[in-house]
Design a binder for this molecule. Structure first.
Ligand SMILES: *Cc1c(COP(=O)(O)O)cnc(C)c1O
Length: 218
């Protein structure tokens, strides 16, 4: 079941778009089922749950942390996490760098940008992100590797609005990448179960899909 759903999503995704199977709130047995079908990238958004699943499941899984990460919890996932999607402050980036050093790792991360019309306290506003990149503070963090942007669109049925939000993220990605990164950024993480077809038409190369694969979360 899980395997069939993953395969039907993979058939639709353009080449070069990676699938993060968002397994939060679902049991390890369902992750194992997806793993047996060939899926290797899984996304979780709670630290304790992620650590438990990491310990229980095969060690070649690429674990992505996709939720809001509290600085005091970075230390628990730093030894093994493959990508942290939602860096929303200098403070968090600094802590990831510190914990990565302690583990002798370089941890890949994405910056979260807030393009949705919804109120949320998470993510850099586009102008804040530009100011932060301009400040150069991130260059001091030698044990993190910033690889791109992550965003979420407004939860709405208005496809044109969703498309314009993803388009804004794409333009921001290109601007930052050209201006400060010499084109080294590679990852554009946007698109979930309800909006990933729009996301891949507007620049996404990493989709984070949960309920469409694993069913509704309980
Ligand atoms: C839960 C979650 C997803 C997956 O959402 P679905 O609608 O179940 O596909 C994607 N991204 C983030 C940040 C999430 O928290």
């Amino acid at each position: 079941m899980v395997k069939e759903r993953i395969n039907s999503i993979l058939r639709e995704l353009p080449e070069g778009v990676r699938l993060v199977a968002v397994s939060k709130y679902h049991p390890a047995s369902m992750i194992q089922e997806a793993y047996d079908g060939g899926q290797r990238i899984f996304g979780e958004s709670h630290v304790q749950e992620l650590v438990g699943k990491y310990e229980a499941l095969p060690k070649d899984i690429e674990w992505h942390f996709i939720g809001h990460l509290q600085t005091n919890k970075v230390k628990y996932i730093a030894p093994f996490v493959s990508l942290i999607h939602a860096v929303d402050s200098d403070h968090l980036l600094k802590e990831i760098d510190k914990q990565a050093k302690r583990c002798g790792r370089i941890i890949p991360v994405l910056m979260q940008v807030h393009v949705a019309k919804e109120e949320t306290k998470f993510g850099f506003a586009p102008d804040e992100l530009l100011a932060y990149m301009q400040s150069g503070a991130w260059r001091e963090y030698t044990n993190v590797s910033i690889q791109g942007l992550m965003c979420m669109a407004t939860n709405t049925d208005n496809d044109a609005q969703i498309a314009s939000e993803f388009e804004q993220a794409k333009q921001l990605f290109e601007m930052v990448n050209g201006k400060w990164l010499n084109g080294q950024w590679k990852t554009r993480s946007w698109g979930m179960s309800d909006d990933y077809p729009i996301a891949v038409r507007h620049g996404s190369n990493m989709v984070r899909i949960g309920s469409l694969i694993f069913g509704e979360r309980v």
